[in-house]
Design a protein around this ligand. Structure first.
Ligand code: NAG
Ligand code: NAG
Ligand code: NAG
Ligand code: NAG
Ligand code: NAG
Length: 308
C-alpha cells in the first residue's frame, strides 16, 4: 500500500473513533426525572450512576418516586439539593387529624452499610404511639429521669395530645397525658435511638414531623408531617465529583467494586473526562483502549511526517 493509502486508512479509522472519544456530553447521562422530581447526584435511577451509598434506593413507579430501605417503601415528596435533604411520606404516619394505630407504619430503619449516608434530620421529631410497657423505650423505669422522651425543635407529645385525631379515637387529652403507665406518646429525635423499628420498640404507630427553620409554627395542626432525611456524601471529598462534572462527565460508581467512576459517555475514567490516559475502569487499560491509543498516536505521527 502507498504512503497515501496508509494515511487515508488511518484518518478513516480515527474518524470512526474520534466522535466517541471527544463526546464530552455525558453530564446529563445520569440525570433523570420522575414525575416532577429531578433525580441527580448523589441519587440516581440508573445502575452505576450516583454515589454507591445511594444505590438501589430510588425507583420511579408510574411517575411516583419511591424510596426503598429495610423498613419499607416511602413516597419521595421532594429532594432539596441545596440543603441536602429528602422528604418522605409514609401513608401510615399519624398526623394531627388522623392517628393510625394497628402496627401499620414503616418507621425508619436503614441498612447498616447505608446508615452513614442517610439519617433523619436532628429537627425531625418522631412520636412513638401506643408502645407497650415492655418496650425497650421504657426500660429503666421509674418514668421521668430515665425516659428518652423529649421535645425536639419545640415539637413534642404534650402539644400533639391536643390534636383532633385523639378525640376521634375516643381518647381525651387529660387521660393521655396523666396516665399511670408509660406515656401513650413518646417523642424523640432519630439520633436518640438510631432506628425506628416499630416491632422492636413494640409500638402500635408513629408520627413524624418537622418544621422548616427558621419558621416557628404555633401548634401540631401546623407541623409538616413526613420524614425529613439528610444525606451526607463525604462533604470534604466532593472535589472528585466536581472535577468530573466540570469536564462534562457524570458522577457514578463501579457496580461491582463500588469505587467511584466518572462516566464520560463511551468510556469511564477513575478521575475525570479530560484524563484520556485513564480510559477504563479501575485504571487498567483494556486492549481496546490500548488499540485506540495506538491509532491516535500513529495517525498523529503519519500526519506530522506527511507535512514535513
Ligand atoms: C461505565 O460505568 C457504568 C456504570 O458502572 C457502566 O454501566 C458502563 O458499562 C461503563 N462503561 C464502560 C465503557 O465501561
Ligand atoms: C425490626 O425488629 C424486628 C424484631 O427485633 C426484626 O425481626 C426486624 O427484622 C427489624 N426490622 C428491620 C427493618 O430491621
Ligand atoms: C410536584 O407536584 C405535586 C402535585 O402534582 C406538588 O404537590 C409538589 O409540590 C410538586 N413537587 C415539586 C418538587 O415541585
Ligand atoms: C415539651 O414542651 C412543653 C411546652 O411546649 C412542656 O410543657 C413540656 O414539659 C416539654 N416536655 C418535655 C419532655 O420536655
Ligand atoms: C475521597 O474519595 C476517594 C475515592 O473514593 C478515597 O479513596 C479517599 O480516601 C477519600 N478521601 C477522603 C478524605 O475521604
Amino acid at each position: 500500500m502507498s504512503r497515501l493509502g496508509f494515511i487515508v486508512a488511518f484518518i478513516s479509522l480515527q474518524l470512526l473513533f474520534v466522535p466517541q472519544v471527544y463526546s464530552l456530553g455525558a453530564s446529563h447521562l445520569c440525570r433523570s426525572y420522575c414525575g416532577n422530581v429531578t433525580v441527580e447526584y448523589p441519587f440516581a435511577l440508573r445502575s452505576g450512576c450516583g454515589h454507591s451509598g445511594y444505590r438501589d434506593l430510588l425507583f420511579c413507579i408510574n411517575d411516583v418516586l419511591m424510596f426503598h430501605i429495610s423498613s419499607g417503601s416511602y413516597k419521595v415528596l421532594n429532594i432539596d439539593y441545596a440543603y441536602r435533604s429528602i422528604t418522605l411520606h409514609d401513608p401510615h404516619i399519624s398526623t394531627c387529624d388522623s392517628i393510625v394505630l394497628g402496627h401499620k407504619g414503616n418507621g425508619f430503619v436503614v441498612e447498616n452499610w447505608r446508615a452513614p449516608y442517610l439519617s433523619p434530620t436532628s429537627d425531625n421529631v418522631f412520636m412513638l404511639l401506643g408502645c407497650s410497657t415492655q418496650s425497650p423505650l421504657f426500660q429503666g423505669f421509674p418514668y421521668g429521669k430515665h425516659s428518652p422522651c423529649r421535645n425536639v425543635s419545640g415539637m413534642g407529645c404534650d402539644e400533639y395530645y391536643g390534636c383532633q385525631g385523639w378525640t376521634d379515637l375516643g381518647l381525651a387529652r387529660m387521660g393521655l397525658a396523666y396516665g399511670t403507665g408509660p406515656p401513650v406518646c413518646c417523642s424523640l429525635s432519630f439520633d436518640a435511638i438510631k432506628s425506628v423499628n416499630l416491632s422492636k420498640l413494640e409500638c402500635q404507630g408513629y408520627s413524624s414531623a418537622y418544621t422548616l427553620a427558621p419558621l416557628r409554627v404555633s401548634g401540631p395542626s401546623e407541623w409538616t408531617y413526613g420524614i425529613r432525611v439528610k444525606y451526607d456524601v463525604e462533604p470534604n471529598n466532593d472535589s472528585y465529583c466536581k472535577a468530573c462534572e466540570a469536564t462534562g462527565g457524570s458522577c457514578g460508581h463501579d457496580v461491582d467494586r463500588l469505587g467511584r467512576l466518572c462516566i464520560c459517555g463511551s468510556w469511564n475514567s477513575t478521575s475525570n473526562c479530560d484524563t484520556i490516559m485513564k480510559l477504563s475502569v479501575g485504571g487498567t487499560s483494556s486492549p481496546a483502549d490500548k488499540l485506540l491509543g495506538l491509532f491516535i498516536a500513529t495517525t498523529a505521527f503519519w500526519l506530522t511526517s506527511f507535512r514535513t
